[in-house]
Design a protein around this ligand. Sequence first.
Ligand code: ARG
Length: 466
Amino acid sequence: MTSKPTTVKPWGGRFTESTDSFVESFTESVSFDQRLALHDITGSLAHVRMLAHVKILTDAECRQICAGLEQIAGDIEAGSFIWQSELEDVHMNIEMALVQGIGDVGKKLHTARSRNDQVATDLRLYLRDVVDAVSAQLLTLMTVLTDMAEAEADTIMPGFTHLQSAQPVTFGHHMLAWYEMLKRDRQRLSDCRARINVMPLGSAALAGTGFPIDRAFTADLLGFDAVTSNSLDAVSDRDFVIEFSAAAAMIMMHLSRFSEELVLWISPQFGFIDLGDAWCTGSSIMPQKKNPDIPELVRGKTGRVYGDLMALLTLMKGQPLAYNRDNQEDKEALFDVIDTVQACLHAYAGLLPTLTVNKNAMLDAAERGYATATDLADYLVQKGVPFRDAHAVVGNTVQFAIQAGRKLSELSLAELQQFSERIDEDIYQKLELTGSVAARDHRGGTAPAQVKQAVQQARDYIASLH
Ligand code: ARG
């Protein structure tokens, strides 16, 4: 059965039947790609100015179209723009509104352009702004961590390997480990920004256009560093979306590790830290509980971002050149990546400044964990004992201390000397936690002096970015 088309679609010319309502809802993207609206208009404004510059449009036409687009941008920002799913996507909604607003001259906007190069351009403009916003969020956290590292440069805690107490470290050093991860994350974003900031516009549907366009002119107006070099690649490439999502997945992986530590540390079994009440929640049944839900949710949300990244990689793997409608599926995954990573970074920026340190609990845990056993071994090595032998001697000594229920520093000299005659009175200062951390006094080491230097370097680095 055939029926006459009811809604006038911009592409309706060759069709005799109206679109099935299921097809309309299955193919529409405006419910989610309206998020690109203002960037779509930014792209169109530059395109129209270029068309006037090369005399494809008159200056008067250009002025009319620009005024119409600006009016639409105002309506969208005010929330009064009416989106129609029959018009499929953000691009056609805006174009149709333009024609409605300014009349037939609006129909000239789409000259020398296709939605294929248009959507690729919109996405790049949009993602460029997102990258800048996420980079700023990372920088905020890097600053918070630097401040915490400075305040806790001398605070001793057990350092772990295999989650077993290994050697004492300073809490400031631990904070700076997180700083380093976020610094790399930020660098990854700026690498990826360079590949985002290239303009596909002018590639048209897939082959370029016969109009005498000036791509460099448009690129300049839009702040792109360059124009794409191959039209087929430009309309189908979504590497930049995948690359950003991979960088975001890495951020989430770091935040998730971070979260895991906070969850452990706030548990009464560790008791190393506390988090502000405003950033924790309670249990509806167990009145004693204060739960670290924020880090737990961040840890949990990491899975969503990994899933989105996998969806995007899979979306692209079977596509022949050039544009295919599959590409429309990139947006919801990308937007979910963006929303998730931005919310988690926001959560951390609120949460971290409420973190308080229980120095006694950390110190106590470091002492209970025989964290200076390596220092005893190193001491013996300095007295001429081969390291492997020293390792065995200290193993026996620790075994003895565990049996006796005492710390290494609580063993008498006579007791220590049962294991090696080379041990003297000067061992006690080596068994002190403060001596142990202070000894690791080289670049990258945990000594408080090194932490303070590293803080200074971090501050200089952050300042250099402004
Ligand atoms: N909504 C489409 C997308 O997101 C825009 C491009 C559509 N192009 C086309 N020839 N149907 O990819």
